[in-house]
Write a new protein. Structure first.
Length: 573
């Protein structure tokens, strides 16, 4: 009996010990959990909450539709079109070698030519920016279930329906695939990029750890870019391009003389901006991106004579009806400055001098007025100045003693004045500057400003050329066509109204007037440039223009071209 009692007591004590051990173990376990749980749920709650969200949701920028670009009549000259891009998700790849295998497969089934070096990395995705047609997409879609890492997305690419004829003017765009926005890289696309771009939207994308998309939700809707209505006349621009595209390096500018609107701004050869916007790099090797209309620099040659003439008349240095001896040369010291006509023109007045483009008449008259007066006066016509608030353009060179000292560290000679008077020597202009100066001369408005966006309001005319002076200059430019000896007489009576023209021949190399050469017999790169300015009609003019044709053999080459352009203008306007 005593034994049994002792045994039961011992068992009771053993159970209590076990219970205490179990309780102790449970307490330690619970305490350990609490130690980990409290910081996780309370102290680090926000940190882990954000981390969990970022692992589940991705914020994606949405590209807004880019605004269109229109001509002055509302014709669309730059727009968007739907396109497709291909991307490969690294998370779905088993190895790096799979990338090359997928590219090879896609190229085989679609006839594309995707290259890994052309791709852009964006997070987990490798994006190919190639423009992919709907037919190529349909071929790929037949096999897409067998290629989990491959995805196709719809994108907007820029489309230029007028292609080469508008290329330098409009410029081109580039897609930034990481920031999901199209950027204007040159021309009007760059100048008005902010307005055209609009505002990006934001999208929340729920994904699995492997990158598979579960759900999408738009947080902010993208705002479409603004349309830009330009001053350009698409018909005129395109027609001028069709005429000049086979004439080598050329430029044409046309301006509404009342508003300052640029109607045409053309440079050839050109390129197709659609190929650049779709990332087809081979275009870079075969076409010209240089815009001769804004950045090509040329001696103005005899097209400067109307502006020199205005300075002479305004300063009372000449009487327009007085005849001046204009022989074969004008002598300064021991140096002879020859006329382009070796026998000279005899005694001629201002109108005749302009018509036959006498060099000696302008040598003699400008020698008397002096270079400082002449150079200062030409500033009224914006020579030697960049055009502000406009597409990028070069300022050219308006020669003067100060310019020569600052840039050549040389003194000015009387011979420099003679060269300047006929648009040679150091004198350089862009076709845009020539067109602008001609528009000022045609309108008489020294305050005329240029516009690349449409402006229906007549330009402010706070500073004007006097009516008498303006009429004399206009009549002299009419004489270039109307007089039998005029350098553009071949165009007399060819249009509905009379036209004002001034031809010019810019030499590519200097012969100092001692060597005569036949343009047809010299290597093309040494042939003279043909330059032309004018306005139409002669009475109550509407448009002014300039035309430059490099190495075309001289001024005569410009006449058939301007004839076709003005005939077109007569027919449609």
């Amino acid at each position: 009996m005593t034994f049994l009692i002792r045994k039961r007591v011992q068992e009771s004590i053993s159970l209590k010990k076990r219970a205490r051990c179990i309780f102790l173990l449970l307490s330690v376990s619970i305490l350990s959990v609490l130690i980990l749980y409290i910081p996780l749920q309370i102290i680090d709650h926000e940190h882990y909450k954000k981390k969990a969200f970022s692992n589940t949701f991705k914020i994606k920028k949405l590209e807004p539709s880019r605004g269109r670009i229109l001509d002055r009549h509302g014709v669309v000259i730059a727009r968007n079109k739907p396109n497709y891009s291909i991307s490969i998700n690294r998370s779905d790849l088993k190895s790096k070698d799979d990338i090359h295998g997928i590219i090879q497969t896609v190229n085989t089934i679609s006839n594309l030519n995707l290259k890994i070096e052309d791709a852009v990395n964006s997070g987990n995705n490798i994006i190919f920016q190639n423009s992919v047609s709907i037919d190529e997409i349909n071929n790929i879609l037949k096999y897409i279930d067998k290629i989990p890492a491959l995805s196709i997305s719809s994108i907007e690419t820029r489309d230029y329906p007028y292609r080469e004829s508008m290329a330098h003017l409009l410029g081109f765009t580039k897609l930034d695939p990481i920031n999901r926005i199209t950027i204007g890289m040159s021309g009007i696309e760059k100048l008005f990029n902010k307005s055209l771009s609009g505002e990006q939207g934001v999208e929340s994308v729920q994904v699995t750890p492997g990158g598979k998309i579960l759900n999408k939700r738009i947080i902010e809707t993208p705002i479409r870019g603004l349309d830009i209505t330009t001053s350009i006349d698409a018909k005129l621009q395109n027609h001028a391009y069709d005429i000049l595209k086979n004439h080598g390096n050329s430029a044409f500018v046309a301006i509404d003389i009342h508003t300052g609107d640029i109607l045409s701004l053309l440079s050839t050869p050109s390129f197709d901006p659609n190929l650049i916007s779709s990332n087809k790099k081979q275009v870079l090797e075969t076409t010209s991106f240089f815009d001769r209309s804004r950045n090509g620099l040329y001696p103005p040659a005899s097209t400067i004579k109307p502006f020199i003439g205005a300075s002479l008349l305004d300063g009372k240095w000449i009487d327009p009806t007085k005849k001046i001896w204009s022989g074969p040369y004008f002598k300064i010291g021991n140096q002879k400055f020859r006329d382009w006509k070796r026998t000279g023109h005899g005694k001629i007045d201002f109108y005749e001098a302009m018509a036959v483009s006498s060099d000696v008449f302008f040598y003699r008259s400008t020698y008397e007025s002096g270079i400082n007066y002449t150079s200062d006066y030409l500033k009224y016509f914006k020579f030697g100045q960049p055009i502000p608030n406009f597409l990028h353009n070069k300022k050219g060179i308006l020669p003067s003693p100060k310019w020569k000292k600052d840039n050549k560290n040389q003194q000015w000679y009387a011979g420099d004045t003679a060269n300047t008077s006929i648009g040679q020597g150091f004198f350089l202009v862009t076709p845009l500057q020539l067109g602008y100066a001609t528009a000022i001369l045609a309108s008489g408005n020294l305050s005329l400003s240029l516009n690349i966006t449409r402006n229906d309001i007549e330009s402010n005319a706070s500073k004007k050329i006097s009516e008498d002076l303006l009429q004399t200059i206009h009549n002299s430019l009419g004489a270039v066509v109307d007089l039998q000896e005029g350098t553009a007489n071949s165009l007399k009576g060819k249009f509905k109204s009379k036209i004002a023209l001034k031809t010019g021949t810019a030499q590519v190399f200097n012969t100092s007037g001692k060597i005569d050469y036949d343009n047809e017999k010299v290597e093309k790169k040494f042939r003279d440039h043909g330059i032309l300015i004018g306005f139409y009609p002669l009475t109550n003019p509407k448009i002014a223009f300039s035309l430059v044709m490099e190495n075309s053999g001289g001024s005569k080459s410009t006449l058939p071209v301007i004839k076709k352009i003005i005939e077109f203008y007569d027919e449609y306007y």
